[in-house]
Write a protein that binds this ligand. Structure first.
Ligand code: DX5
Ligand code: ZN
Length: 229
């Protein structure tokens, strides 16, 4: 099992103060910056791209904050934006299998660009093909909401799917992170950890709270309690 990482989704941050918001959550105890990229085609919403990623990376570096940027691409097609995101300082690039012609080729291209490669499964996409791709993966990302918007409710059927993904990982020779994204709260993050996740995305729970350190500490407490059980 990997160490537990909390990944605030900057989708819920104040975009006018993005650099400061990202620094604040890392100083408050976050491990990774989750960067949601939407194209108004693969998902019905439009967000941010490589120039914002580059500005954010430079800002974090200037401030001495070395947390990685975890780029979650909800875009179709994927391949042409791998190099721009790698050049912009994304450390992890993940995408949805239905958004590319050849998943293996895209995963390999991400690693060849010097990044960690992740694959994202929507709530209605089964894990049937995961064993075929797992050796090319540094991250398995399970959506616990339908992608496109922050602030949605956690889909409960994600819990057995997390356990299924954990079993596939355990049966494989590799150890990618298992990340869960969407609708995570202080109230459900313990169950998500107990099911086998090690990386926890939270947008509105963290940025919607008045106290980032207290919220991140409360999430971590729930995760640690799940580990002790
Ligand atoms: C949804 C995004 C998520 C989202 C999470 O399409 O991929 O990362 O921002 O936000 P919350 O935690 O508010 O559900
Ligand atoms: Zn996301």
């Amino acid at each position: 099992m990997n160490s537990d990482w909390i990944a605030p989704s900057i989708l819920a941050a104040d975009f006018a103060r993005l650099g400061a918001e990202a620094c604040d959550v890392v100083k408050a105890g976050a491990d990774l910056i989750h960067f949601d990229v939407m194209d108004n085609h693969f998902v019905p919403n439009l967000t941010i791209g490589p120039p914002v990623c580059q500005s954010l990376r430079r800002h974090l570096d200037r401030e001495g904050v070395n947390a990685s940027i975890d780029a979650h691409l909800m875009i179709d097609p994927v391949d042409s934006l791998i190099a721009p995101f790698a050049d912009a300082g994304a450390a992890i690039i993940s995408f949805h299998p239905e958004a590319t012609h050849d998943v293996g080729t895209t995963l390999t291209a991400i690693r060849e660009a010097g990044c960690k490669a992740g694959l994202v499964f929507n709530p209605n996409v089964p894990l049937t093909r995961l064993p075929d791709w797992i050796e090319l993966l540094d991250l398995v990302l399970l959506m616990s909401v339908n992608p496109g918007f922050g602030g949605q409710s956690f889909i409960e059927s994600t819990l057995p799917k997390i356990a299924e993904a954990r079993a596939i990982i355990e049966a494989s020779p590799v150890n990618p992170r298992l990340e869960v994204d969407g609708g995570l709260t202080i109230g459900n993050v313990g169950a998500v950890a107990a099911a086998g996740a090690d990386t926890f995305v939270a947008g509105s729970t963290i940025f919607g709270s008045g106290d980032y350190p207290a919220t991140i500490a409360a999430m971590r407490e729930q995760i640690e309690a799940a580990r002790d059980r």
